[in-house]
Design a protein around this ligand. Structure first.
Ligand code: AMP
Ligand code: MG
Length: 479
């Protein structure tokens, strides 16, 4: 692995150099060879279990824990940071992208507070599955490179097999990274971080009149695009705290996340989100709120006159809803198979979701059934409704709308997945791995959800919602 560690070299004072704990008996559970190839990593002669447990530091790595703060469920924590993660360093891919490689679960760091710095096998496999599914679904995301068990037990609600996830990311810079230095009034470090972020993610901002405003604009655009993608898939992140919001616009930190089965605008799965702050339909609003925290952090850089800076930053935050709406419309037109635009499209989409409310309609299957509808067969869609007639008026509207859309059916099939990582499938795979050390289900599920758009004969059960809906289903951080 050829590292080129700019965060380490250029940003001293913004992190703590630190070494991983030495795992007593590291075993490689899964390695993502396809991703390694994309990254240009030559791993043929490497001891992958030792390296990706943290026990063996590869040549050229400069392990460090990044400092960051964050608003968690609305309350500010001035010091979070990598409490159970270490950046190994950055590599440059064959297509010239700079990518972070990070260990998660590799032991305590100066930011661990009362935590043990470790991760359990369940959450590691969950992040592996969901991150790789998201990538296959075309959503910007961190990715999973390796999963290793450490040979230790970690104590959570129950004792779990200890594990380390290696993930890759365009970077691990978060809104909370800016908040950390802004809250401490460390404007020089804040500027260093902002300049670094601009260079790494938004180099076009260097040449505009106000690069820091442009950084805010670019981050807002990336978030608006990302959240539209989540909404289009029925994905609920679950813990959209500002420390889990990247400047790159990649989804990060798959903890208590979930894809909904039946459509429910208020869906919440996270065991810790008792108020529904991060409910499905709230995510665009929360993204705006999080960007407002980024805007606040950038004030000292935007203008020496604070009032001017606030006015300028506020203008950008106020455009977020319109920006999101634009990305949402684009994403929905893609999902509904439309190639031309019509003024009442937004209303057509909204009405579709309204008909689904209270009808226990499977979100993912509904979009696949739209393709049949476009082919002239309304039965698959109607059959998804508790009260099929609830969708009849909408079906007529759709049929009229697609008279000018000859490719609708084919477009819908290309844009909408058959297979998503459904909660009950993930739980079954995790349980087999955790209780029996049996990874066959994990492997099978991973293979299916990383090829989400094509029919896989014999795998029909993976496309279906659970037979029984568990209304109390919760996902846990538990890392
Ligand atoms: P999260 O909610 O998973 O995004 O994590 C929030 C913060 O808690 C981050 O600063 C993590 O590094 C820290 N954290 C979570 N779990 C642990 C753990 N087991 N040990 C140490 N720090 C942790
Ligand atoms: Mg986090």
């Amino acid at each position: 692995m050829k590292f080129d560690n700019t965060y380490f070299r250029d940003l001293s004072g913004l992190y703590a150099p630190y070494d991983a704990a030495v795992a007593p008996d590291p075993k490689l559970i899964k390695f993502n060879h396809a991703l390694a190839d994309e990254l240009g990593l030559d791993v043929a002669n490497l001891d992958l279990a030792s390296i990706f447990s943290g026990a063996l530091k590869p040549d050229g790595a400069d392990t460090l824990a990044q400092a960051y703060a964050g608003h968690q469920f609305g309350g500010f924590s001035p010091q979070l940071g990598d409490g159970r993660a270490l950046l190994l360093g950055e590599i440059i891919t064959p297509d010239n992208k700079r990518i972070d490689i990070q260990l998660k679960g590799s032991g305590r760091t100066p930011f661990s507070r009362s935590g043990d710095g470790k991760a359990g096998l369940g959450p590691v496999l969950r992040e592996y599955l969901v991150a790789e599914a998201m990538h296959a679904l075309g959503v910007p995301t961190t990715r999973a490179l390796a999963a290793v068990t450490t040979g230790e037990r970690v104590q959570r609600e129950t004792a779990q097999t200890g594990a380390v996830l290696t993930r890759t990311a365009a970077s691990h810079i978060r809104v909370g990274t800016f908040q950390f230095f802004a809250a401490r009034g460390e404007t020089e470090k804040l500027k260093q971080l902002a300049d670094y972020t601009i260079n790494r993610h938004y180099p076009d901002a260097i040449n505009v009149e106000n690069p820091y405003l442009e950084l805010l604009k670019s981050a807002a655009n990336a978030q608006a695009y990302l959240i539209a993608k989540w909404i289009g898939l029925g994905f609920i992140h679950g813990v959209m705290n500002t420390d889990n919001v990247t400047l790159s616009g990649e989804t990060i930190d798959y903890g208590p996340c979930a894809f909904m089965d039946h459509y429910d605008a208020n869906a919440v799965f996270s065991s810790i989100d008792t108020q529904g702050r991060y409910a499905y339909a709230n995510q665009p609003l929360i993204a705006r709120w999080n960007l407002a925290r980024l805007a606040e952090s950038l004030i000292p850089l935007i203008n020496t006159d604070q009032d001017i800076a606030i006015t300028q930053a506020t203008e950008i935050i106020e455009t977020f809803s319109a920006l999101y709406e634009t990305h949402w419309l684009t994403e929905m037109r893609r999902k509904f198979g439309f190639e031309i635009t019509q003024d009442d499209d937004a209303d057509l989409f909204d009405t579709f979701f309204e008909t689904m409310n209270d009808n226990m309609v499977d979100f993912t299957l509904a979009f696949r059934a739209l393709a049949d509808l476009a082919d002239g067969n309304a039965t698959p869609l109607r059959d998804l409704y508790l009260t099929p007639s609830a969708t009849d008026a909408w079906i007529k509207r759709f049929e009229i709308r697609i008279t000018n859309e000859p490719n609708a059916a084919q477009n819908i099939r290309a844009a909408n997945p058959i297979y998503i990582p459904r909660n009950h499938l993930i739980e079954a795979a995790l349980k087999a791995a955790q209780t029996d050390g049996d990874y066959a289900q994990f492997e099978q599920l991973l293979a299916i959800i990383t090829n989400p758009f094509s029919e896989q004969p014999g795998k029909e059960v993976y496309a279906k919602p659970p037979l029984m809906v568990d209304p109390s289903y919760k996902t846990f951080c538990g890392t």
